[in-house]
Design a protein around this ligand. Structure first.
Ligand SMILES: [Mg+2]
Length: 392
């Protein structure tokens, strides 16, 4: 490293990384705060389904190996170094790297006085339509869930997503499909014809069962059918895509560019759903969105976690041409998600307004709030049990 670069005041070198695990009802969220030699702090999120302590440990490890001493303007090299040198590709490593990468973008933007989206090409969307998830935890019967849908739609969301399948497995019996169809029917009746309905199967079906279920749900005009089968076998997923009328959505559990290509190459994936954390951060997500665009596929970033991940999604959405709808749990989550950040994102009339504040646009992270809600060993959401959604 040249002496000039070492002394470059604009480098903003990372001096310290602190991780926080915050119990948030059905999951623990993981945050990494970085401090720099310029006195600017940044926040990132590395939440991964049900492995918070593993990710927190990985962040601590990666901080020593790659982050401390690095300029926050070196995100591309950070990710490259992590991917090559950690050797085992793993969602735990990706999520840890994403937490650091996101925090680096936050500091970089704060140092320049610019939002992250202005460092990624600039804004192409001012207002971001959102769809609600987790709105159906309160309901038990189809009538109750239909009423909950009506209330959620009244908040202005473009769409609502839900999983009506409860404990159904790979080959559900007719009665359980009928119960799911009754829920979907009640939701459609509750929201009227103009709200997009998205069904998430969380990978539970065989291709044959998925096609049969999708046909039973056709009368309710679904916008997309998400993860009808697990995502690893792209050809099996494509077999479903070829045989259903609604769009096929997937991608939240794919953690590499190569896995995304496998999905896109089937030409059956209509909506790609990268998770910004699971793929390794903001820049990698931007690249994956561009790959999807080459297949004329829109992206809808997966976003069920904490407020920092949502802030990152808002930044990416703002500068991504093929963005069209943002997943949102905000209004159906623990209230303190809005206290963890100085400016936590929150939907307004079912949309996110793109902020013009620097970095992630979230201001300062509040460690004192994080410490009030420590790691919760019971925060877990097994998706194949009766009434699991009541834990939302
Ligand atoms: Mg999903």
């Amino acid at each position: 490293m040249s002496a000039n670069l070492k002394q470059d005041k604009r480098a903003c070198r990372i001096t310290k990384v602190t991780t926080y695990v915050v119990g948030m009802r059905w999951r623990n969220c993981v945050f990494a705060q970085i401090e720099t030699d310029e006195g600017i702090r940044g926040i990132g999120e590395g939440t991964l389904e049900y492995q918070p302590q593993a990710v927190a440990a990985a962040i601590d490890q990666l901080a020593v190996r790659y982050a401390v001493g690095r300029s926050v303007f070196g995100v591309e090299k950070l990710w490259h170094d992590v991917l090559r040198n950690e050797f085992m590709h793993s969602p735990i490593i990706n999520s840890a790297a994403a937490a650091l990468e996101m925090a680096m973008w936050d500091v970089a933007g704060k140092a320049l006085g610019r939002p992250v989206y202005e460092m990624l090409g600039g804004k192409v969307h001012d207002v971001l339509p959102a769809y609600a998830n987790a709105w159906y935890g309160v309901g038990k019967t189809p009538a109750e869930i239909g009423a909950a849908a009506k209330a959620a739609a009244a908040k202005g969301y473009r769409g609502l997503k839900f999983d009506p399948f409860e404990d159904a497995g790979r080959e559900p019996d007719k009665a359980s499909i009928r119960r799911a169809a009754a829920i979907v029917e009640a939701v459609r009746a509750g929201v009227g014809p103009d709200v997009d309905l998205m069904i998430d199967a969380h990978g539970r079906f065989s291709p044959g069962a998925a096609i049969a279920v999708a046909r039973d749900l056709e009368p309710y005009d679904l916008f997309w059918f998400e993860e009808p089968c697990d995502p690893e076998n792209a050809a099996s997923l494509a077999a479903v895509g070829r045989n259903i009328k609604s769009r096929l959505a997937t991608g939240e559990r794919c953690t590499s560019r190569a896995a995304m290509v496998n999905l896109l190459e089937t030409h059956e994936v209509d909506v790609l759903q990268p998770d910004i954390i699971h793929v390794g951060g903001i820049l990698e997500s931007k690249k994956i969105a561009a790959m999807a665009d080459a297949y004329f596929a829109p992206v809808s970033f997966h976003n069920p976690f904490g407020p920092v991940a949502t802030a990152a999604a808002v930044q990416l959405d703002a500068c991504t041409t093929n963005f069209f709808m943002q997943e949102s749990f905000c209004e159906y989550d623990v209230p303190y998600r809005f206290d963890l950040l100085e400016h936590a994102p929150k939907p307004v009339n079912g949309t996110y307004i793109v902020p013009d504040r620097p970095g992630l646009g979230a201001g300062e992270f509040r460690p004192e709030v994080a410490k009030e809600y420590p790691f919760d060993p019971k925060a877990f959401l097994p998706l194949f049990t009766d009434r699991w959604s009541s834990r939302f």
